[in-house]
Design a protein around this ligand. Sequence first.
Ligand code: G1P
Ligand code: ZN
Length: 541
Amino acid sequence: MLTIKTGPFNDQKPGTSGLRKKVTRFQTPGYLENFVQSIFDVAEDLRGGTLVLGGDGRYYNDVAIQTILSIAAANGVAKSIVGQGGLFSTPAISNIIRKYKAQGGIVLSASHNPGGPNGDFGIKFNGQNGGPASEAMTNAIFETSKIITHYKTLQAEDIDLSELGIFTLGDMVVEIIDPVKDYAELMESLFDFAAIKDWTADNHSLCFDAMHAITGPYAKAILKDTLGAPDKALMNCTPLPDFGGHHPDPNPIYAKDLFDKMMLPDGPDFGAASDGDGDRNIILGRGGFVSPSDSVAVLAANAHLVPAYKAGLTGVARSMPTSAALDRVAQKLGIAHFETPTGWKFFGNLLDAGRISLCGEESAGTSSDHVREKDGLWAVLMWLNILAVRRQSVKEIMLAHWQEYGRNFYARHDYEAVETEKANAVMAHLRAQVSDLAGKGFGSEVVKFADSFTYHDPIDGSVSENQGLRVGFESGSRFVMRLSGTGTVGATLRLYIERYVQGPAGLEEDHTAVLEPILQIAKEISDIEALTGREHASLVT
Ligand code: G1P
Ligand code: ZN
């Protein structure tokens, strides 16, 4: 065992989803090691315990796994469970931690960010509930990484990650397991696979785009081998270290081929895509996609049709910038609904306490209490199970939903790679106004409330401040502005626009035109154009 001196690194404040940086940054000697040692210093029960390890297969995944295994062995971890080839989707890791009662897991991914030697890499620690580490733990790891001067490692040959089996590294056992099997079993325990098979056999077609990322092998095993979808239903299902040069982000820009296919008059009945590490999902029907905020609301409204949730949901939660469509369903069902800050970790306590059984974020993340991560393929299977029972098209289901609950039109405007000072200036300008916006009129809208969102965790009492600025109107419309915690270049400002329309509101409605008045008010109040020098967002989803 070696103890190697390393300097502290000061730029490592992990964002909403762990530490994400350029691959080249992670290749700086000591950088990855510093962060990993900090994890072992903070998560003390890993000593003598079990660690789960794997990632989305992006460039540097294999190198990082060997580095982490050596540090784990030197830090007294008794056993590491690693996915074959170093692969695990994020929800699969969450399941493995829970199923095998591990003390924690390390997830290697930069989610939907691009991969390759010039792309991004990321690392995140999940605790024994299978979910992302709490704010307190994330902060402790960050503080440790700023002051540690040494890391421990074991000098040994690399472990061959391609072989299933049990190996040793110093005193640590390394078990290489099939990354798909346990996850596929979990899915089979939740859904009515027979009904989905019947639906597929009954002349319905589906299309799933894995975007050359981790869900490829999971989709092949579940959608094709088990549920009988034909080969042509699977797009880009071979994982590649650079995702074929694309961003593994399931939006209309990066999953264009899938979106184009779904717009064809004779396109598939159902389409879906997942992101780099398999935790996000986008759902499409023939002729259009389902906004993620609507998707979680539809899943909640129909969950009783799915075996795992037939007894009903205990409660639901959404991140603050996610539209209020889910709240309307909860009100009708008479169950609790919670509003948490952005980031999956904030759902963990509510799920562990049994207060909620389903939750989601506007950023294409949805999941339930079956794991402690968002879960892309789970959402796909939820939709397929609902389609198989209701025997209606995606479009019919959406129209019926809006008819019943009203429609929350929604869009997110991202201003990416803005100079940090300019982004901070926009936030400061808006923050300075929120306390006296209430009661003010803008066109036909009157501000009902405006604040900086603070979350009081109802389970552990912790308080998270500065989680985004929100301005709500009497009409139920709203805008929210916050700084991204996952960007790797400059700062990303996210502006979320929502407008509620009661009664029938069809797919044909001009979404952009409906939201335009609120967008203009948001621009006026925040002065985002003048302060950033940008006339438009760089990405609207
Ligand atoms: C983004 C999303 C957020 C999600 C996170 C991790 O974070 O907005 O909902 O939990 O990625 O996937 P942000 O960049 O906005 O901080
Ligand atoms: Zn992801």
